[in-house]
Ligand binder design. Structure first.
Ligand code: ACO
Length: 337
């Protein structure tokens, strides 16, 4: 009997900018307190990119993932980057990474737009290329630089986010390790819970184009991230729980068999509510949002890389990932390490 072809996570890497922005620093910028941010979110500090782009951060994380996997850039046959803050409308961040790492010409490279679910969307897509036998090694990256799209005078959003990138090398295997199940979902009807409009355009035609609430007939929306925090909170818990249940069912794994849950690092209270609904023990959940805030698509692969390098993942362990983000999008994957 043929042994199933799987996509194994062969190596991980991450990169966060050096510049730290603490809650105390934010107290000097907007009317907030370290106490409010800590109790409502769990975040203590975040990193801010300074003189480095999304592609720079992505390439650094990818280089570390290649090193961790013991795979050379010349072996990569596919590059998928989850990001909503590319450096340019085009080329894609993935193409810049291809160039920065010297990955050979002809290898397909593209970005996916799924906000905070970007890395798990990239994992899902690259896994399909691997299990269908089209590619043997893929580079998947999640990167975002939200400091560029945040209104730094809006206390309700600016305290939540940070910049960073994470990456993984996926490798075809016929062993037991690898992705056991993965799902991706979206609901465009709820786009207005969480969005970031394009920068304001000034053309002779832009004021004529508005036909619905996405773009006013009079004035375009401000180019900053906007969010309905409370509603997003509720939908996040609901979708993450259903997505995890779907992944566990497809992988034929019981919740008590999960060794580590690596959730999207948006808010400690969202993570705890999700964990409690699934009846998972506290120690089986990985959290590092105190150090980085919500790095959007960077969040899960940064946490994965830290967990990996801390020795939290042993061969044979069941690792569960779950994310939600603007779109709305949500996703989960179950992986045997
Ligand atoms: N400092 C002090 N007070 C603040 C701040 C702040 N930084 N921000 C808001 N407040 C105030 C509000 O003005 C409000 O005051 P009021 O009662 O006088 O009107 C009060 O605090 C309570 O505000 P709420 O919004 O009800 O606070 P809540 O407990 O819901 O926490 C939060 C807000 C942290 C944003 C929470 O709703 C949340 O985490 N939501 C999910 C957000 C999220 O995860 N987004 C990421 C999505 S992923 C992606 O794709 C980008």
């Amino acid at each position: 009997m043929a042994v199933t072809l799987r996509a194994k996570i062969a190596g991980t890497g991450s990169y966060v900018p050096e510049r730290v922005l603490s809650n105390r620093d934010l107290e000097k910028m907007v009317e907030t307190t370290d106490e409010w941010i800590t109790t409502r979110t769990g975040i203590k500090e975040r990193r801010i990119a300074h003189g480095e782009t999304s592609a720079d951060m992505a390439a650094k994380a990818a280089e570390r993932a290649l090193g961790n996997a013991g795979v050379s850039a010349s072996e990569i046959e596919l590059i998928v980057v989850g990001t909503v803050t590319p450096d340019m409308t085009f080329p894609s961040t993935a193409c810049f990474v291809q160039s920065l790492l010297g990955i050979k010409a002809g290898v397909p490279a593209f970005d996916l737009s799924a906000a905070c679910s970007g890395f798990l969307y990239a994992l899902d897509v690259a896994e399909k290329y691997i299990i269908s036998g089209v590619v043997k090694k893929a580079l998947i990256i999640g990167v975002d630089r939200f400091s560029n799209i945040i209104d730094w005078t809006d206390r309700s959003t600016c305290v939540l986010f940070g910049d960073g990138a994470g990456a993984a090398v996926l490798s075809a295997t016929r062993g037991k390790s690898g992705v056991l199940a993965s799902n991706i979902h979206s609901d465009g009807r709820k786009w207005n819970l969480l969005y970031a409009p394009n920068p304001v355009r000034d053309t002779p035609f832009c004021k004529e184009t508005g036909t619905d609430e996405r773009e006013s007939k009079e004035e375009p929306l401000p180019p900053y991230l906007a969010m309905s925090g409370n509603e997003t909170f509720k939908v996040a818990v609901r979708t993450m729980v259903s997505s995890i249940k779907e992944a566990l069912k497809a992988a034929k794994i019981r919740p008590e068999e999960v060794d580590l849950l690596i959730p999207h690092q948006a808010n400690q209270r969202i993570i705890q509510a999700t964990r409690q609904r699934l009846k998972l023990p506290e120690e089986s959940v990985y959290m590092n949002l105190d150090k980085y805030g919500n790095t959007s698509a960077g969040s899960i692969p940064i946490a994965l890389d830290e967990a990996n390098r801390e020795g939290r993942l042993k061969r044979g362990d069941v690792v569960l990932f779950v994310a939600f983000g603007g779109g709305l999008t949500w996703s989960s994957a179950a992986v045997r390490w």
